[in-house]
Ligand binder design. Structure first.
Ligand SMILES: [Zn+2]
Length: 275
């Protein structure tokens, strides 16, 4: 059956899977040490002794309702055997379908907590029942969850791939280049600008690769491949500290399997040498 998206508020005692967030972390039940962390299934946060600040119905997963909730401040006490955990650490730990719903819930919880009041008139916003939005009863303004599109690009030059190191990365780790799309910019223009700005390289033959929701906190990564068209590496020293062309047999530290970045690099490796 899979997941069917739904909208609207959720009752604090609604039964189902509960995706509860505070500060970008999700509440998981762990039981005895060593037990695999799991998303709690309960008759609402009320049954767990919790009072979240926002409540959302997310949809239905294989017949079981799914809800999201967010806390402004950390709960004073957690139910026994529960803890908050980072979403990244739960990749490959939670079942894949639970992880996908958790990513959706994380994005919503982040949006929800940041959209409690109207940005135009300052009055409180109410969750709409018929669509995923908050509306202002005073001035009529409607707010939808915002998605920040970002491009991520594997640039190839003969048998090598362009990988770069950001100051945010762990020492020794390199990845493909990525950047947020600016207002009024096409994806193609964004790709050319980002790669030029960060490494001084010009690209051609842009091809769509795939996409990945990236809920840290609200991006959609749009993956592309491209080929070197000109220029030699000249890093900006700010967003990129180091960059180089790497052959498939000579790769540096790479991002984890979680990411589309890694999928792009794995696809480069799998494509083999060019004749
Ligand atoms: Zn308003």
């Amino acid at each position: 059956m899979g997941f069917v998206s739904g909208v609207g508020p959720a009752a604090a005692d609604a039964a189902g899977w509960w995706f509860l967030f505070h500060g970008g972390q999700i509440l998981v039940q762990e039981g005895v040490p060593g037990m695999t962390p799991a998303v709690p299934r309960a008759d609402g946060p009320a049954a767990l002794g919790l009072r979240p600040d926002t409540l959302h119905h997310l949809g239905v997963l294989d017949g079981v309702p799914c809800h999201a909730a967010g806390f402004d401040a950390p709960p004073l006490a957690l139910p026994p055997d529960h803890r908050f955990a980072g979403l990244r650490e739960l990749f490959g730990v939670l079942p894949e379908d639970h992880y996908a719903v958790a990513a959706r819930a994380a994005h919503l919880a982040h949006w929800d907590l940041a959209h409690r009041y109207c940005g135009r008139c300052g009055k409180p916003l109410a969750l709409k029942r018929d669509e995923r939005a908050r509306a202002c009863a005073a001035c009529g303004q409607v707010y939808y969850p915002q998605i920040a599109p970002a491009v991520i690009v594997a640039v190839r030059r003969e048998d090598r791939i362009l990988l770069a190191r950001s100051p945010r990365f762990a020492p020794g780790m390199f990845s493909v280049l990525a950047g947020f799309v600016e207002t009024g910019e096409s994806l193609e223009a964004c790709i050319r600008r980002e790669i030029r700005e960060e490494t001084g390289i010009e690209v051609r033959n842009l091809r769509y690769f795939g996409s990945q929701p990236w809920p840290f906190p609200n991006s959609l990564m749009l993956g592309f491949t491209a080929e070197h068209a000109g220029g030699e590496i000249r890093v900006d020293g700010v967003e990129v500290l180091e960059a180089d062309w790497f052959g498939a047999g000579n790769l540096p530290g790479l991002p984890g399997k979680l990411s589309i970045a890694r999928a792009l690099i794995d696809a480069f490796v799998a494509s083999g040498p060019r004749v």
